[in-house]
Design a binder for this molecule. Sequence first.
Ligand code: SAT
Length: 612
Amino acid sequence: MVDVDKVLDDAGLSNEAVRDYVKHWAEHLQPDRIEVVSAADDSRLIEEALAAGEIQPAGEGLYYSRSYSKDTARSEERTIVATSREEDKGVYNNWRHSDEIRPIVEGHMKGAFAGKTMYVIPYLMAPPGSPSEKYAAGVEITDNRTVCLHMIRMARVGIDLINNLAEPDHFVRAVHVTGDLPNLGQGTPEDKRYFVTVADERTILHFGSSYGGNALLGKIAHGLRQAAYDGWRSREFLSEQFMLLGIKDKETGKQWHVCGGFPSASGKTNLAMTLAPDALGDRYHVSFYGDDIAWLWVDPDSGELMGLNPENGVFGVAKDTNEKTNPTALDSIAPGSQALFTNVAYNDQTHEVWWEGKTPERPADTAGWIDWKGERIADRSPDEAGDPWAHPNSRFTTSLANVPNVAADYNDPKGVRIDAIIFGGRTRDREPLVRAITDLAEGVYDGLTLGAEATFAAEGVEGKLRYDPMSMRPFMSYAEGPYAQHWLDIVGAAKHQPIFAHVNWFQRDAGDGHFLWPGYRENLRALLWLCQFKDGEVTGRQTAVGVIPTEDELGMEGLDLPQADLDRILDIDIERWREEMGHRQEHLEQFPNLPEEIWVAHRRVAEALDQA
Ligand code: SAT
């Protein structure tokens, strides 16, 4: 048995509550060794992981790893929110009583670290000193060194962060056990995986994965699920799956901050990292705050709605990342950035990485290339020749500091004032390019009725549309009715209300299916219009579902679109919208205790459509 006190003394970990937690779990997990990890340990851990073959070199200061082939995405059906309060049960949170689920997961975890090292990772989600610091502290326990490398990039990791907590006992207890991956029965009735957030005990117990949100517990499990629950129970803040960006008009000096929810793989990372279109010259500067999580609260002194990204890095989808779609991402994973690639294609001779969409063609010479399953491309049968080389959910992990346009104040614990909240999914018809919503309840209603096509990140079937309220469906930790009320309460308390909007970059032609809008950097044009509309500089055109820009207002300099396409994206299809209202009604009826304001907004939109 390891002498835990000695390890913790040697590491300088003095927080007694953390020490007790580590001792408790060391007793349960029975590791051979214990190591406390700080960000300063990164290069040593990298060397060890290279020597152990857990990661491979992928160019100067770049690394590659592969997760088990049946462990390449979050598993929504195995993800559970547990509490001791039945009223926390929602439609999407897969609620179970903690008395029932805790012993099952703990049973799987018993003795699971025998022969292994237990890594103890003290971390903060949010910059030190932020108003939500109280909810940001956590200590992840894991048996997986690569998870440590990811956590160091995605969170602020260090013993000092946890030694001096204002409330020493107020940290999230996050336990991750990889498990015997080839023998967990993934996707079968005997599935042994459990990804449980015991929200009212601020304890996360994840068993049976080494991938992404299943394993980096600071990110989704703490940063979103636990934080959403904490924010609601404390009545202090919202935690949302939102990107956050800043736009500055260098001519006028005006600045706006826009955050918003897009279901996984709807271009959220690309939008957040986007740069102004070249055609607009040097006038606008777009700065990056975050691509996945935002915490929102009202500052008690200024009364403003504020937001920050609690993460310290980007866990971005590699597929289709290239010079055109996201040059900023490519810069942030350049040689020397210490970025990690997961489940991309890898060349073990040249140490290059590749993913679908990185270049228009696959590398011509297959020598040395290995696909995401670890199989040699050169050995593929003719039947397999067309299979992807990289997994569609392959990722890059890099620190925010590597992002070339990261905002100068991204680390500011005070956060930034939020001017606009946007929602957008992949919608092939009906949704115009942008529609602005000035009413809070209607904005929240719009978020609750956000729809998206399923993605691989969520183990879905590509192309199928499903509702994904505020893009939080997989991350909801309490019931949807109180969630909507909490939104109305937090945002409603702000002195200056943000503008809401729904955006859609993905509308297609009904005939040949081409995208009507070029997307990527050009998306900034829609956001600029929104900011100008908020500031009263343009008036747009009122429709039943919000205010849409006129063609003149949109700012089309240097962008030549077919008139028919432009007409379509700046209009709404009343018939399709009327159909949609029935689906929305059914969707919302699932949620007991939805605030009356949301129903009023729904009826108002339905009536306006009837009269249109
Ligand atoms: O795997 S994560 O949950 O971290 C990211 C995602 O699924 O979008």
